[in-house]
Design a binder for this molecule. Sequence first.
Ligand code: ZN
Length: 372
Amino acid sequence: MTEERKIKAERYERIRNLCFLSDQALLGLFLLLFLYGRKASLGLRLWRWTAELCNSNFWLSTLLFTFLFEAAYVILTLPYEYLKDYRVEMKFGLTNQTAFGWLKDFFKSSALSVALVMAAFLFCYAAMRYFGEWWFIFAAAGWIVLQIVLGMLFPVLILPLFYKSEELKEHPCREELLKLIERAGLKITGLYRLDMSEKTKKANAMLCGLGATRRIMLSDGLLEYLPEEIVAIMAHEIGHYKKRHIWKLAALHTILIFLGLFILSRILLWYCGLCGLELCEAGTLPVFVAVFSIWQLVTMPLTNGFSRRCEYEADLFALENADNLAFASALKRLAEENLAVMEVDRLIEIFLYSHPATGKRVAMAENYKARS
Ligand SMILES: [Zn+2]
């Protein structure tokens, strides 16, 4: 990486870290806006108005209130998201999208997440209505089912909303990749080329889907790499499968979600007593979101630490099954294109990084043969 590119990557990193802080601050302010004033808070007034409008029909009022809450957040944060996700990427030369294209994707992803979140909240409040204070057990079970369904649908229904893909029928290293997959005993429906370059300059590879939809996707930018580099990156993805990382990560998240929902259930009971609400009234939604967001923040070092451990194991698998120097050069090329820094402050790595810093990964790859 040239000195100039290095400085640019460091500036980009600083801005991304600041964006993380402003994300939290904005969400905090938004929740405060809804919660401030206890019984006379905006959130409770809006809830009472919604319930009255829907003649206290549980299903309608819950859906409408969650929709208003989510839509308000999407609309209020749109200018910020535009600056963060489009202008910053544009400034650093990382996007190939037009502002209109970005806006289209923003509304598509927001509509999708609002719909999913509405369904999830409706499920939780219905569980509160029918199972009382034990609702969190049903909500955790619902969360597991949702993860499995989303995992299956992601490559066939969600990803196509944003990127085109097609089966990789011809490529210089197709045969070698298929051999590697077979040797690992990995069952997939196919190797796919993901057209990311019309939107971003960043390259990516992933193993996604579950069961009948499981596939390996390589971005078109990545397919321009040297064959041995592509094989090394694929070996890393296969490493995740061989070491059962998807299930291990899912198990960890399930335990944390269960604990988080349990804590939330106690806090909601307290809040309902304080404001004179029934447990199943969606007026508690801002508290629901606040507690859950704090829980996610608190557990981030643990989830990211576990994820970095998995990435380390997948790297090791790649080094054992592919050329170590090709893996090192692929990592450097990815860092260069994605404008990733080589060295990261340890505290920032602990909190925010799902992968070890690139410098560490490259050093491990370059020194691999020397150690074995
Ligand atoms: Zn990985």
